[in-house]
Design a protein around this ligand. Structure first.
Ligand SMILES: Nc1ncnc2c1ncn2[C@@H]1O[C@H](COP(=O)(O)OP(=O)(O)O)[C@@H](O)[C@H]1O
Ligand SMILES: [Mg+2]
Length: 312
């Protein structure tokens, strides 16, 4: 049996041939997809893309921040978007969430165009920005209520929806506490809560764990993984922590100077470095060059961020 999963767009969608004892996947140009085994999350290959990015470009005056970027993200995937500071990660995300208009190119989110169907795209997505997006002078409950109103959640549902989110994030006991008393990890969870109130199938998170200690980071990921497992939420996130990207993501993409320089599973990217002991950090340096445009190495940036965090 041959099944063709051609999606609404023309980006390569896999054709599937199911034989009695085996499953072989092919790309639409007949190249077989290899290395798919029972432990793989097959839906990454089987499901149509929920995000399709084509030649997406953003120029700010003379600077090309995002340069003809093309890639896709499968439904239910945890997708890590990596790159040094200034690589174009946040700008790409801001275009995908319709906060910034592309200079050229297009992207589809669940079949809707970011350029012309922006209102529909916004209904489908949740966004956790890089900068703090909660109000410290309000309680956790009040912050969520503000968002529930902004998202047009019907009045009769708001209370229940907020309680559900607080329960899900294990913040019930803190509902009435002023957010300025929260730890960094609790603030991040509350921001995730704000972004999932309207139950979006796609969640964008820009550096969701920056500045968090390892315990808080793990806790944030426990909840994000639950979201994916329970609701098949697609999770698109950026991080500077390579171990985190390696641990949680199905695939990673690496940006460098506005260009997408590598995309694939962590194991694939490592194997392309030809170093059998390569870590994801080694692969990152291999694809981006050890020296960054802004000066210093990736490792320096990571250290600087850690220092920034300590200084508060
Ligand atoms: N609104 C803006 N106006 C001008 N330049 C910008 C603007 N936003 C981002 N840039 C520039 O675009 C480049 C990419 O930035 P950004 O997408 O924030 O990178 P990243 O998130 O990967 O650190 C940087 O050189 C940045 O200075
Ligand atoms: Mg950024």
């Amino acid at each position: 049996m041959i099944l063709c999963l051609n999606t609404k767009n023309d980006i390569a969608a896999p054709a599937i041939e199911i034989k009695s004892s085996s499953l072989q996947l092919y790309l639409s140009d007949n190249r077989p997809i290899t290395g798919v085994d029972k432990t793989d999350r097959l839906y990454n290959h089987l499901m149509p893309e929920i995000i399709s990015v084509r030649m997406l470009t953003k120029k700010f005056n003379g600077l090309t921040a995002v340069n003809e970027v093309t890639f896709g993200v499968g439904k239910g995937e945890v997708f890590a978007f990596l790159g040094e500071n200034g690589a174009g990660k946040s700008t790409t995300i801001k275009m995908l969430i319709t906060l910034l208009a592309p200079t050229s190119g297009e992207a589809l989110v669940d079949g809707f165009r970011i350029t012309r169907d922006a209102a529909r795209v916004r209904e489908i997505i949740g966004y956790v920005p890089q900068m703090i997006s909660v109000d410290g002078t309000l309680t956790a409950f009040e912050n969520l209520m503000l968002m529930a109103k902004l998202y047009d959640i019907p009045k009769k549902d708001r209370d229940n929806r907020i309680r559900e989110v607080l329960r899900f994030l294990e913040l019930e006991k803190e509902a009435g506490i002023l957010v300025r008393k929260f730890s960094g990890g609790m603030i991040r969870k509350l921001e995730i809560g704000q972004a999932i109130l309207h139950r979006p199938p796609v969640l964008f998170l820009d550096e969701p764990t920056s500045g968090l200690d390892p315990v808080a980071r793990r806790n944030v990921w426990q909840h994000l993984n639950q979201l994916r497992d329970r609701y098949q939420t697609t999770i698109f996130f950026t991080t500077h922590y390579m171990e985190e990207a390696e641990e949680v993501s199905d695939r990673v993409a690496i940006m460098h100077g506005g260009k997408l320089v590598a995309i694939g599973k962590v194991a694939e990217l490592k194997s392309r470095t030809a170093n059998p002991h390569a870590t994801l950090e080694d692969a990152f340096i291999y694809f981006t060059g050890a020296t960054m445009a802004g000066g210093g190495t990736f490792r320096d940036t990571k250290r600087a961020r850690e220092m920034e965090r300590k200084l508060g």
